[in-house]
Design a protein around this ligand. Structure first.
Ligand SMILES: Cc1ncc(COP(=O)(O)O)c(C=O)c1O
Length: 418
C-alpha cells in the first residue's frame, strides 16, 4: 500500500505555502494537531505546576501525559525517566556540569569528532577540572566513526562516553550498540545524542541500554523543547544544580524553574500524530489495529518503519540526482547497500559556489536548505570545510515528495551552470 504522503501533508499548514522544506535537520514543520494542543493549553490549562486548584491540576495532568508519550516514543520504562528542558543543548550542559561533580582529576570522558557541538562543548568544559577528553575519530572517506581502536580509547579510566546516534551533518548512523557495550565493559556511563536520529529511526532506550539520551521534539514535528531521558537509577545518582525550594526528586529536580508548559503539551500531540500515522500505515499493510495490542508504542514502531521506507526511497532519488551534477562533492555514505547506516540527510559542496550562495539561491526559488557548519564544528574543521563556509545540507523527512526532490535538483542544476 502507498505511503499516504498527501494525507500527511494536508495536516501541515506550513506546507500550503508551496515552499519545499528540506531544512528538517534544523527543525521540522508541525501538524495542526500540535498547533491545537499548544493553543488549547493556553485556553484550558494555563497555570503553574502543583497548585491545588483546577487549572494547575489540568496543567499537571497535561505535563504527565507528555512524559508518558515521550516514554512511549523512546521505549523508556516510565514517564518518570523523562526530563523536559528548553532544548537538548541546555539539558546536556546541565547534565555534564552535574556529572562533573562526581569526577576526579585524571578521569576520562570519550566524545566523538563527528558530533554536533552540543554533545562536545559541554564535556570539554570539564577539561578545566582536570578531566581528560578522548576522541573517537572520523573516517574521511565516508564520514563514519572509526571504531577500530574503541577498546583502547574507552578504557578503565573512562567515566562517561558521550556520542551521537546520528550525525546532523552527514546523516551517518553510528554503531551505538558497539559503543555502549564497550562503555559498559569499562564501567562508564553512556550519554547518547539522539537529536538527528529521532525523526528517522525508532529509539529504544532499553535496547540501547544507555544511561542517558537527549533529543529535541522540534526535530520530530513538535514544539521547540528538549528532552533528557535518564535510566531511573542513573537519574537518581546525579545531583543537579537547582534552587533550594525545588523538588529533590527526579525528574523534577532537573527541570530548573518554570517549564515551557504549552510546548510540552505539544510534544504529546506530535507523538500522537506519529502514532496515528503508524496505526494508519499498519492498517494499510493489512495489519489492523488489533495487531498492535500495546497501542501507542506499537503504532510508533509501525510509523518509524513506514517513514524510513518513504524517506530512504526519496533519498535514493536525491542521491542519484546529486551524483549526476558535474563536480558536486558529496559527504557521507553513498552506497545504497549501506543505507541502514545513514539518514536521508545529504551534505554537499558545489565547485565555485560558496554554500551560503547556493542556499540563498535555493531559498529564492522557495527551497529551504541549511548551509554552513550546522554547529557540527569538529567534523567541518576535520574535513577542511569550516574555513570554506561549510557545506549545503538538504535533509528529507516524512512530508517530502518526489516532486520536491525533482524541483530541488532542477534548481540546483541551474545554479551549477550559472
Ligand atoms: C545532532 C544534534 N545534536 C544536538 C543539537 C542541539 O539541539 P538543540 O537545538 O535542541 O539544543 C542539534 C541541533 O541541530 C543536532 O542536530
Amino acid at each position: 500500500m502507498e505511503y499516504p504522503v498527501e494525507q500527511i501533508r494536508c495536516q501541515f499548514p506550513a506546507l500550503a505555502s508551496g515552499d519545499v522544506y528540506f531544512d528538517g535537520p534544523g527543525g521540522t514543520q508541525v501538524p495542526q494537531a500540535v498547533i491545537d494542543a499548544v493553543a488549547s493549553y493556553y485556553s484550558q490549562a494555563n497555570a503553574n505546576e502543583h497548585g491545588l486548584f483546577p487549572s494547575s491540576r489540568r496543567s499537571d495532568a497535561i505535563i504527565a501525559q507528555s512524559r508518558t508519550a515521550m516514554a512511549d516514543f523512546i521505549n523508556a520504562r516510565s514517564g518518570q525517566e523523562i526530563v523536559f528542558g528548553a532544548n537538548m543543548t541546555n539539558l546536556t550542559m546541565q547534565l555534564a556540569r552535574a556529572l562533573g561533580r562526581t569526577l576526579k582529576v585524571g578521569d576520562e570522558i570519550v566524545v566523538s569528532r563527528l558530533d554536533h557541538d552540543a554533545n562536545i562543548a559541554p564535556w570539554l568544559f570539564l577539561h578545566d577540572n582536570g578531566i581528560v577528553i578522548r576522541w573517537l575519530e572520523i573516517d574521511p572517506t565516508d564520514c563514519t566513526l572509526k571504531l577500530d581502536r574503541l577498546d583502547k580509547i574507552i578504557n578503565r579510566k573512562t567515566r562517561i562516553v558521550a556520542v551521537g546516534l546520528a550525525s546532523n551533518a552527514f546523516g551517518t548512523i553510528n554503531d551505538a550498540a558497539q559503543i555502549v557495550a564497550a562503555a559498559k565493559k569499562a564501567g562508564a556511563l553512556t550519554f547518547l545524542d539522539a537529536v538527528h536520529f529521532a525523526p528517522h529511526r525508532p529509539i529504544d532506550v532499553q535496547l540501547l541500554d544507555c544511561d542517558f539520551l537527549a533529543c529535541s521534539p522540534y526535530k520530530f514535528y513538535g514544539p521547540h523543547a528538549g528532552v533528557l531521558y535518564g535510566r531511573q537509577e542513573a537519574l537518581e545518582r546525579v545531583q543537579p544544580y537547582k534552587v533550594r525550594p525545588a523538588s529533590d526528586r527526579a525528574p523534577d529536580c532537573f527541570e530548573t524553574g518554570t517549564k515551557n508548559h504549552e510546548g510540552i503539551a505539544g510534544v504529546a500531540a506530535a507523538i500522537d500524530f506519529l502514532a496515528g500515522l503508524g496505526r494508519d500505515c499498519g492498517k494499510e499493510h493489512g495489519r489492523c489495529a488489533a495487531a498492535y495490542p500495546e497501542g501507542r508504542r506499537r503504532w510508533l514502531k509501525a510509523a518509524m518503519a513506514a517513514i524510513t521506507v518513504h524517506e530512504m526511497r526519496l533519498f535514493s532519488r536525491l542521491l542519484a540526482g546529486l551524483q549526476s551534477i558535474a563536480g558536486l562533492r558529496l559527504y557521507g555514505i553513498t552506497d545504497s547497500e549501506r543505507f541502514s547506516a545513514r539518514t536521508p540527510t545529504a551534505c554537499f559542496t558545489l565547485p565555485g559556489s560558496a554554500p551560503a550562495i547556493v542556499a540563498e539561491k535555493l531559498g529564492a526559488a522557495g527551497i529551504n536548505v541549511w548551509h554552513g557548519n550546522y554547529y557540527a564544528l569538529e567534523p567541518m574543521k576535520f574535513l577542511g570545510l569550516e574555513e570554506k563556509g561549510g557545506a549545503v545540507r538538504a535533509g528529507l523527512c516524512l512530508y517530502n515528495t518526489e516532486d520536491e526532490v525533482d524541483r530541488f535538483l532542477a534548481a540546483l542544476r541551474q545554479i551549477a551552470v550559472d
